[in-house]
Design a protein around this ligand. Structure first.
Ligand code: XUL
Ligand code: CO
Length: 438
């Protein structure tokens, strides 16, 4: 028995169900364009917000019943949390979870102690994974909570901090590998600065590049076949984070020769904070060949910080899901609910309701996206918009057969007078809107 055992396993009951603790739309075996819904979505529950966060904020202490939390974390507390977490994963009916090293293990003060504690809980995690079939979508090292990381981890001015971070990543990458994790994530929460006045930006970037190269090298050394992912965010907790968005990460990977090795974990609310649409970050990651996985949540349109709320607006997500469908789905990625309850959601059932709502929202967006892609009207609209590039002139430009001067002469000689054409944006938007009926 645990906090989450009062709720019966969540089943699909369809849109007309009078019950709340059921899926109305998410039906794992339902086939959408040749693939099961569960395989499209690859849903993961995150350990930190769901089991490791007591409902505290900067103004108040914990509100949520999480009896396994306290400082320091003992092995018994870590195991109680593990039981509760796997109980929740199983009853919710998901196949993946995500975790930081510090979310799952007992507290440790030394590097050796840290390694020992993580290895110890890893054994218990492995048993749970084997018993339930649930495995990590990804693991990650928490390189931001401990005071030693206040000035950064890989970008700290202190090489001893860099070494501590290396130890944590080595250990967590190996644990993720042994647990059958599909990816390994690096979120550089403190890899940035609070003030440029005391920051040597160039050498911090070089050290960050070195750190990432070491991680990639270790991945190959241990034979981890999963994907290394960087999760961009523009700021918070730092004033400026080096991985501010996909484009910045691409430039960084190119500079340090890591483009074929590392991909992107796009988080919805991080994109919003960067002043970008969620679907823009997916489109950019696809264009650069970097798309990996998604952290699913949303912000509040009137708040400028990372509120990490569960999504509930399917129409908003359709443009993103369309891109996923066009790609044939994730390779190693999935939808990780990096989302948390509100502080007043103190009933154990609230955690189920939050995830059910989020998963049904994803399922609605998937069904709409699947139909739109199958009907092809929007894709045709896009193809037609660029059809001029199939002309002789378009092909010659694409193939680099014109110099700037030759092209100018061509334009003059042919007296080019291109006619404006409709971009048909309203039509495109209407196509999205009218398919959102699930
Ligand atoms: C922080 C965030 C992290 C990463 C993992 O905004 O998204 O939880 O997903 O460190
Ligand atoms: Co995240």
């Amino acid at each position: 028995m645990s906090l989450f055992s009062d709720v019966a396993p969540i089943r699909f009951e369809g849109p007309e169900s009078p019950n709340e603790l059921v899926y109305r739309v998410y039906e794992p075996d339902r086939v959408v364009l040749g693939k099961r819904m569960e395989d499209w979505l690859r849903v993961a529950v995150c350990y930190w917000h769901s089991f490791n966060w007591p409902g505290s904020d900067v103004f108040g202490t914990g509100t949520l019943p999480r009896p396994w939390l306290g400082q320091p974390v003992t092995d018994a507390m870590a195991r109680q949390k593990l039981d509760a977490a796997f109980e929740f994963f199983s009853r919710l009916g998901v196949r993946y979870f995500t975790f930081h090293d510090l979310d799952v293990m007992a507290s440790a003060d030394t590097v050796r102690g840290h390694e020992q504690q993580l290895r110890q809980i890893e054994e218990a995690m492995a048993e749970k994974c084997a018993a339930t079939g649930v495995r990590p979508l990804w693991g990650t090292a928490n390189l931001f909570s401990h005071p030693r990381y206040a000035a950064g981890a890989a970008t700290s001015p202190d090489p001893e901090v860099f070494a501590w971070a290396a130890a944590q990543v080595r250990c967590c990458l190996e644990t993720t590998h042994r647990l059958g994790g599909a990816n390994y994530v690096l979120w550089g929460g403190r890899e940035g600065y609070d003030s440029l006045l005391n920051t040597d930006l160039g050498s911090e970037l070089d050290r960050y590049g070195r750190f990432l190269a070491l991680v990639v090298e270790h991945k190959h050394r241990i034979g981890f076949k999963g994907t290394i992912l960087i999760e961009p965010k523009p700021f918070e907790p730092t004033k400026h984070q080096y991985d501010r968005d996909t484009a910045a990460v691409y430039a960084f990977l190119q500079r340090y020769g890591l483009t074929g090795e590392v991909r992107i974990n796009v988080e919805v609310n991080h994109a919003t904070l960067a002043g970008l649409d969620f679907e823009h970050e997916i489109a950019a990651a696809r264009a650069y060949g970097l798309f990996g996985s998604i952290d699913m949540n949303r912000g509040d349109p009137r708040n400028g910080w990372d509120t990490d709320q569960f999504p509930n607006n399917a129409q908003e997500l359709v443009p993103a899901l369309m891109q996923l469908v066009e790609d044939g789905g994730f390779a190693t990625g999935g939808f990780n609910f990096d989302a948390k309850l509100r502080r007043q959601s103190v009933a154990p059932a609230d955690l189920y309701l939050a995830h059910i709502g989020g998963i049904d929202t994803l399922a609605r967006a998937l069904l709409a996206a699947g139909e739109i892609v199958r009907e092809g009207q929007l894709q045709r609209l896009r193809v037609e918009r660029y059809q001029g590039w199939n002309s002789e002139l378009g092909r010659a430009i694409d193939q680099g057969r014109f110099s700037l001067a030759a092209l100018a002469d061509y334009a003059a000689d042919h007296e080019l007078t291109p006619t404006p054409r409709s971009g048909r944006q309203e039509l495109a938007e209407s196509i999205i809107a009218r398919h959102c009926r699930f």
